[in-house]
Design a protein around this ligand. Structure first.
Ligand SMILES: *Cc1c(COP(=O)(O)O)cnc(C)c1O
Length: 358
């Protein structure tokens, strides 16, 4: 057994999980209290009258191949948000344990922790060094109650990759002390390999991947959590039964086939061109103070007047993200890279509001 499991909640380790209706596709189903007929017009593969396969073999095999790992190392859920939630619920005792996060970062880590009643320890990224990971401070902040350390690379909302060696150092130093959860939601835009290849080296490493961003499937709600098989088995006891809807399973298998992987690569290339173009055109505008470099499909901009930039975007029919309540982002806005036409429209709007021509 992976010794890291000793960090899990004892009541989860000893939990008798819900017994699904057995998945026996060779037999006709009279064991799950389903209707024996489809709804009129139901053209789904398996029939929506049937409960789906809990962790569908075909889907798990497919995701494992997509992410270059073994099927036993994958659990799929409704977005990587569900992966975050499962980890917090399985590892953090309410009112006792903590998660450690590095703000400014993705908001769900804190929300999931709060819902579970876990504490949140914050070790800020170092803004002066381009929002770099403060490895020493993370290690210094660790204490017995910290079960999960979340790092996001490329980080949302700052857009930068974290230094790989620093993340590996965290995994190593915390190998029997905490899970290191590496959220790679935007890794496809960064042109660097996933940490997944390091799974063998670090029994405490957990990787989150999502189909929501690079594969254009945010509405399908599917993400993968990649980890040592014992962690995967533990989380499989906690996940809601039949977590993945039939439509989600069908959509993922269809829209991440070879043709769609090629489509995704092409579109990523276009996004990267547009990202460079948007940065180049926004940077000189008087309302913009600084455009941070980005390894993702969005950019963080510091503004001289963020309210004016937000208003200019709205006037152009565009909504951009206001992360100003986050640590260190008092005058920042986050902009997702759009189509060339949308990016042009945004630049023109901000230029006009700046009183210059674009
Ligand atoms: C968008 C995002 C996710 C969420 O992905 P879902 O799979 O849609 O739940 C996870 N992490 C980060 C950092 C994100 O920005």
């Amino acid at each position: 057994m992976n010794p890291i499991l000793k960090l899990a909640r004892p009541d989860i380790l000893s939990l008798q999980p819900y017994q699904h209706a057995a998945w026996e596709p060779t037999l006709e189903r009279m064991h799950a209290n389903e209707m024996p007929w489809r709804a009129d017009g139901d053209r789904s593969g398996a029939g929506l009258n049937r409960y789906p396969e809990p962790q569908p073999d075909a889907l798990i095999e497919h995701l494992a191949k997509l992410y270059g790992v073994a099927a036993k190392n994958v659990i799929a859920g409704r977005g990587s948000d569900e992966g975050i939630d499962l980890l917090v619920r399985a590892f953090c005792r309410a009112g006792v344990d903590d998660v450690l996060i590095c703000p400014p970062t993705f908001g769900m880590y804190k929300v999931s922790a709060r819902i579970q009643g876990a504490g949140v320890i914050e070790v800020p990224l170092i803004k002066e060094r381009g929002f770099a990971l403060d490895t020493e401070s993370v290690l210094a902040a660790w204490r017995e109650t910290v079960k999960l350390v979340f790092v996001c690379t490329p980080n949302n909302p700052t857009g930068n990759l974290l230094d790989r060696a620093s993340v590996e150092r965290l995994c190593k130093e915390l190998s029997d002390k905490a899970l290191v959860v590496v959220d790679e939601a935007y890794i496809e835009f960064a042109g660097v390999p996933s940490m997944a290849a390091q799974l063998e080296r670090f029994p405490n490493l957990v990787i989150l991947r999502t189909l929501s961003k690079a594969y254009a499937l945010a509405g399908a709600r599917c993400g993968a959590l990649i980890a040592h098989e014992d962690i995967v088995s533990l989380l499989a006891r906690v996940i809601t039964p039949y977590a993945l809807p039939t439509h989600t399973i069908d959509a993922v298998l269809e829209f991440t086939n070879d043709a769609h992987v090629a489509e995704s690569k092409q579109r990523i290339d276009l996004i990267l061109c547009e990202r460079a173009r948007l940065i180049e055109r926004l940077a000189p505008l008087p309302l913009i103070k600084k455009v941070w470099s980005s390894d993702a499909n969005f950019i963080l901009v510091d503004c001289n007047d963020a309210d004016a930039v937000l208003r200019a975007a709205l006037a152009a029919g565009l909504i951009i993200r206001d992360p100003r309540s986050q640590l260190g982002l008092g005058d920042s806005l986050r902009i997702s890279i759009g189509t060339p036409e949308q990016n042009d429209r945004l630049v023109r709007g901000v230029a006009r509001a700046s009183g210059v021509a674009a």
